[in-house]
Design a protein around this ligand. Structure first.
Ligand SMILES: Nc1ncnc2c1ncn2[C@@H]1O[C@H](COP(=O)(O)OP(=O)(O)OP(=O)(O)O)[C@@H](O)[C@H]1O
Ligand SMILES: [Mg+2]
Length: 271
């Protein structure tokens, strides 16, 4: 138990990181989703719509002037849709993805994701929503450096209350499915960038999320490894009819891996 608490402390070193990572396990999902719809997050307008953002804006305060990162984004993505989000650095891509994942609150506008209305909920409620519905993959992996691949993949299940033996077996299975059966006990510094990203993918998808948000998931990888990692993400999306929003700078990746390309410029959608 003490070790487990250590894991939790490592896993949640800051509020921000804790918010990023909190998938839970599939079999717990239905009951938790029912709990959310009753007590916290209200149902979406239509079950076939995975994402609906209306006039979404996000401003950050700063020491000088506020930064208007999103200036009224309206967007709808059907369940099972695959959308690429392109735009120059600073155009608001990560900001939008973070709002979709409930990592942050919009300044104004409304947002439904994965069947839930995300407006006006506490961080805790958003974290629960994310646990049940969203898998997030980041360019910088966000693995815990002091923990092995197995422990990293296992961490989300601690929060789902999965018994230790079971979650260990499931984490192992998830890592084997991304080709890392021989790296279970390696720490992030003992693995390549591609291997680290595969651990992050295993962790994000172990819960079978209905919405996958990937922020430049292949940005740090060579082209072969990038294809492999994208293949894992797309397999999941196909198998579970999940919805994908993929942030990328790579036009070809956007064309080949998604069915719709949208572009952000200065916080606004331009196509
Ligand atoms: N926490 C924050 N506080 C203040 N400003 C922020 C914060 N996060 C992002 N910004 C600003 O908001 C704007 C959009 O940032 P964002 O990270 O969404 O860009 P991006 O499109 O993801 O860029 P990149 O391609 O470089 O990752 C930028 O001008 C950025 O400086
Ligand atoms: Mg970004």
């Amino acid at each position: 138990m003490a070790g487990e608490l250590g894991l939790v402390t490592d896993f949640f070193p800051t509020a921000r990181l804790s918010d990023m990572l909190c998938p839970a396990f599939d079999s717990c999902r239905r009951s938790r989703l029912e709990a959310y719809s009753v007590s916290t997050l209200s149902p979406a307008l239509h079950p076939g719509i995975a994402i609906r953002a209306v006039d979404l804006a996000k401003s950050y305060s700063s020491a000088t002037a506020p930064v208007h990162a999103l200036r009224g984004v309206t967007l709808e993505v059907k369940r099972g849709g695959r959308v690429a989000l392109l735009g120059k650095s600073g155009s608001g891509k990560s900001t939008l993805l973070n709002l979709l994942g409930g990592l942050d609150h919009a300044t104004s506008g409304s947002l439904h994701v994965g069947g839930h209305d995300l407006d006006g909920h506490s961080r805790r409620e958003l974290s629960r929503f994310r646990s049940a519905s969203v898998g997030m993959i980041f360019q910088a992996f966000h693995l815990i450096p002091s923990r092995t691949a197995l422990e990293n993949a296992e961490l989300p299940m601690i929060f789902a209350g999965r018994p230790p033996g079971e979650r260990r077996a499931l984490a192992k299975q998830a890592l084997e499915s991304v080709g890392l059966g021989a790296r279970l006990h390696h720490r992030p510094t003992e693995m390549s960038g591609g291997e680290n990203q595969r651990v992050a993918v295993a962790r994000a998808l172990v819960n079978r999320p209905e919405v996958v948000l990937a922020d430049e998931p292949t940005g740090n990888l060579d082209s072969d490894t990038a294809s492999e990692v994208m293949g894992l993400i797309l397999d999941h999306v196909d198998r579970y009819n999940a919805t994908l929003v993929l942030v990328t700078h790579d036009e070809e990746l956007a064309r080949t891996c998604t069915d719709r390309v949208i572009r952000l410029k200065d916080g606004r959608l331009v196509s």
